[in-house]
Design a protein around this ligand. Sequence first.
Ligand SMILES: NC(=O)C1=CN([C@@H]2O[C@H](COP(=O)(O)OP(=O)(O)OC[C@H]3O[C@@H](n4cnc5c(N)ncnc54)[C@H](OP(=O)(O)O)[C@@H]3O)[C@@H](O)[C@H]2O)[C@@H](O)CC1
Ligand SMILES: [K+]
Length: 514
Amino acid sequence: MSSGPAAPDWPAAPQALPRHQGPAEGLPLHDSATLRRWEAEAARGLPPHALMARAGAAVARLGRALAPHARQVWVLAGAGNNGGDGLVAARLLQAAGLRVRVWLAAEPASGDARWALAQARAAGLAVLPGGPPQPPADLGPDDLVIDALLGLGLSADRAPAGPVAAAMDALDRLPAGILAVDLPSGLIADTGGCAGRAVRARWTLSLLGLKPGLWTAAGRDHAGAIWHEDLGAPAPAEATTPRLLDAPACAGRWPQRPHAAHKGSQGDLWAVGGAAGLSGAIELAARAGLAAGAGRIHAVRLDPAAAPPSHPALMSRTPQALQGEALARATVVAGCGGGAAIGAWLPALIHGAPRLLLDADALNALAADPALAQALRLRRTSAVLTPHPLEAARLLGCTTEAVQADRLAAVRQLAQRYGAMVVLKGSGSVLAAPDGRCAINASGNAALASGGTGDVLAGWIGGLWAQGLDAWDALRLGVWSHGAAADAWQADRGPGQPLDALRLIEALQDLPRR
Ligand SMILES: NC(=O)C1=CN([C@@H]2O[C@H](COP(=O)(O)OP(=O)(O)OC[C@H]3O[C@@H](n4cnc5c(N)ncnc54)[C@H](OP(=O)(O)O)[C@@H]3O)[C@@H](O)[C@H]2O)[C@@H](O)CC1
Ligand SMILES: [K+]
């Protein structure tokens, strides 16, 4: 007979899934209102406390896997159901033989969390609400900390104060890895903003459904590596539910390159910009289009005094060359380094280019001229806009802060207002189409925060689009692979180094096309 601790009563629940598993169009990302509704519906068909029991078991199981050498665990639990999940995990981890200490913010109010507390106490855990959050003195780097302070029930409009704030202070100073339950406490599930502040976790186990805020705005900096546990009740998704844009969502979507391909079969890309002093931007876009595999690349300088492209495979053109047959066949990337001069050419491009991507100064021209916006809306074929937050704010007539406060809402509004597909760049780029589809990009890192990487993105998307992909696929693949190239580059070097735009193009060429 075993003399060790009793085996924990792991309730039956599906294994936690690594994040790269899901349907081809991408894992659904659910907003908090939808999850609340779904939680209530799922709970109706289950025995009492089943969802919390499964959630806590999944947290305990993942914690054991992520910190296999942990000897002790410190669980910080709030007074809501997020804390209840933490209390279930605490009980199971203790039953598995770990030394467990629990700090509880206040006496729980909900029935589920009260049940979890009673079970924990019955199992011998000393849990007294309140008191200063004091970590175990000998907590080491291999040990585990569980952040169960705040989850989906966070009130976004008030910064944590009192005991919860004190617990967050304590979490800031710990040597051990932090596993956040459902969300890093303080992170706003729907937007990725922070309610004043948020915990920086090493790992997050997202429960029931994945939340958009884990991947955009401040989410990436706070969530660490993201895991998902659907609690045996995967939330249903609709066509307009945002999707996670990751490697599986892009697999098999690269343009075809048949053996008999020739430059005429791989599309004509025209990069239009290059005002005096800004010719580098257009060259970067054109080179990226070339790297993407477009057949013929034309670099159009709006100012004859601008330097011609230096890459020998690029054709230097005047804007007058882009009309008639050439325009009717073209994929046009307009605005990189375009200066104010691009505005005069936009009506013809909006009217005549079957595939049109607007970036940088073309977006500024669009924001300043309602007639251009109207012409864009009336186009019968797709257009793509690639604003960064400041350009998005100009296009929406609001502040950059307002755009960043709800990036998904902003990109959806842009897609509706301009009748175009839009990527709002920044940490966790968000994408939307006028028909309501949207996505959040999971790839990319801060190495991309350097001059010219946006020009590369525009040309890269254009180069993929020119080869016959549908606009939404070109946008999705282009955004994801741009970030994935930076991730591959960083994986070789570690974080902290910026990636210059020319090296980014090389990294894009090196990316396997699977
Ligand atoms: N839905 C699901 O998918 C499932 C949900 N499950 C779990 O339940 C969690 C949601 O639980 P929940 O609704 O009880 O809310 P929760 O996150 O514990 O927060 C409430 C507590 O926080 C406090 N508080 C709030 N804002 C604050 C602030 N700014 N600053 C300071 N305090 C603040 C608030 O205090 P009060 O407002 O009452 O003063 C109250 O004490 C979810 O994330 C998941 O872990 C799973 O068990 C099963 C499936
Ligand atoms: K949490």
